[in-house]
Design a binder for this molecule. Structure first.
Ligand code: EPZ
Length: 421
């Protein structure tokens, strides 16, 4: 089983280029099914999750072709089936994002229930609520969900999301763009990835307004054509490298980052004493200017503090002077990394969705596991700081969502290597 061996590292320094966003490219690839022409997507990161999504599109009769490094062509003139391949869907929750486009394009979609995962049960009730509101008959069985549009096709509706779910917002937008009439989505997710999806759809001829706010209006159109689009940079990868500079007290220049997308991370790191400044080429993060101190974070839907940065930030907070609290409000079980950090001497205690971090830990290398994609990154960060060697297993989580992870960290001076044993 492959592992990462991470050793205490000198302060990281150098330059890192951020890849296209995993959580933007996956909905974009699914949405490309809506076009009766070809779509070209640039800055596609080389990730296992992208490969899984390609496989699912292919299983639906959609053609995908790599046109060069990080350029993907998707041709959806023909869609041969309404059912997404079970063996592929079960590998990735985001597979469920094909349901909206498939329903809109063919009038029927049957997708295997996406499993829960370590961070929570991950229900899809809000996705299905949206499809029903648009007039679809929805069957929600134990192992699959099926949506069937009425004879005349989907009809625009007013939909309120009980929670600003990212995936439900994406699936409802892609289902509504070809519906008859207009749809208003209230309490919508406001993440940058939603804005990127809306920009992509509007290039295809859709009429989506208000993405990035809590109210999104969609005017249905007859058809959508192909287009070319470049994926936004991955704000979570950027945040991960900001924390790598902070935890090692290093000095890193991060290129291909949109500062507006990482405001909460920048604000909280500055509260800890990390220097963050914009330069011509990118954003410089400096962790060695003074003794770093604690802060408190509470995860919220965008524009609040991102839940995906909660575990990497917690790893950093174990090393600063003073106590911190971390409150996780988005997922019900996203503290699996606490036990792993405690194996390294972090002495974190939890009470429900609140974690208390005493801070001031030296951390000792240990054998730990990556309990989810972002927690895996958090364990690597902790290993860069800890005395001795940290052995991280279950690293397939990390490789699903970070492009050239080891290569990028080693280029900054990190003592990390992948071993297969
Ligand atoms: C997206 O997941 C991201 N994944 C996640 O990133 C991210 O953590 C999450 O949004 C929140 O920002 C992708 O974009 C592929 P949600 P998603 O629906 O869409 C509840 C990573 O590490 N909910 O906003 O699944 C749900 O239980 C991953 O890159 C319902 O109750 O997130 C959760 O508590 C991890 N009913 C909360 O909403 C629903 O129908 C947030 O889920 C849907 C969601």
């Amino acid at each position: 089983m492959a592992k990462f061996l991470v050793q205490k590292s000198d302060p990281l320094c150098g330059t890192v280029d951020i890849s296209g966003a995993k959580n933007a490219v996956l909905p974009l690839m699914a949405a490309a099914m809506l076009a009766d022409g070809e779509c070209i997507i640039n800055d596609v990161p080389a990730l296992r999750d992208v490969d899984v999504m390609k496989g699912i599109l292919e299983s639906l009769g959609v053609k995908t072709e790599e046109m060069g490094p990080s350029v993907l062509k998707i041709q959806a003139e023909e869609i041969s089936t309404n059912e997404a391949d079970y063996n592929l869907v079960k590998r990735m929750r985001a597979s469920f994002l094909v349901m909206g486009p498939l329903l809109a394009r063919t009038g029927r979609a049957k997708v295997h229930m996406p499993g829960g995962c370590s961070i929570g049960s991950r229900p899809i009730d809000l996705h299905l609520k949206g499809f029903r509101a648009l007039g679809a008959e929805v069957i929600s069985a134990d192992t699959y969900a099926e949506a069937i549009a009425p004879e005349g096709g989907l009809v625009g509706a007013e939909i309120y999301l009980d929670f600003p779910s990212v995936g439900a917002t994406e699936n409802i937008i892609t289902a509504a763009v070809l519906a008859k009439g207009s749809t208003v989505l209230e309490n919508a997710a406001q993440e940058p990835e939603i804005v990127d999806l809306a920009n992509f759809l509007n290039k295809m001829g859709a009429r989506v307004r208000g993405a990035g706010t809590d109210t999104i209006k969609i005017e249905g159109v007859e058809r959508l054509h192909g287009c070319e689009h470049t994926v936004i940079p991955d704000r979570i990868e950027a945040g991960t490298f900001m924390l790598a500079a902070a935890i090692t007290r290093g000095n890193i220049l991060i290129r291909n980052v949109l500062p507006d997308h990482i405001k909460p991370i920048t604000a909280k790191l500055r509260e800890c004493g990390v220097v963050i400044q914009m330069e011509d080429e990118g954003m410089r993060v400096i962790g060695d200017q003074k003794e770093l101190v604690s802060t408190d974070i509470k995860t919220m839907p965008y524009p609040g503090f991102p839940t995906d940065i909660q575990s990497p930030f917690m790893a950093f907070l174990t090393t600063v002077q003073g106590p911190s609290t971390v409150i996780e409000t988005v997922f019900e079980n996203r503290f699996m990394h606490v036990a792993e950090l405690n194996r390294m001497g972090a002495n974190i205690t939890t009470d429900g969705n609140k974690a208390m971090i005493p801070g001031g830990s030296t951390l000792e290398g240990a054998q730990v596991i990556a309990t989810d994609l972002r927690a895996g990154a958090a364990m690597v960060l902790a290993g860069l700081y800890a005395e001795g060697t940290t052995e991280i297993s279950e690293i397939y989580h990390i490789e699903r969502g970070y492009e050239r992870f080891v290569e990028k960290f080693r280029a900054l001076g990190a003592n990390i290597m992948k071993v297969n044993n």
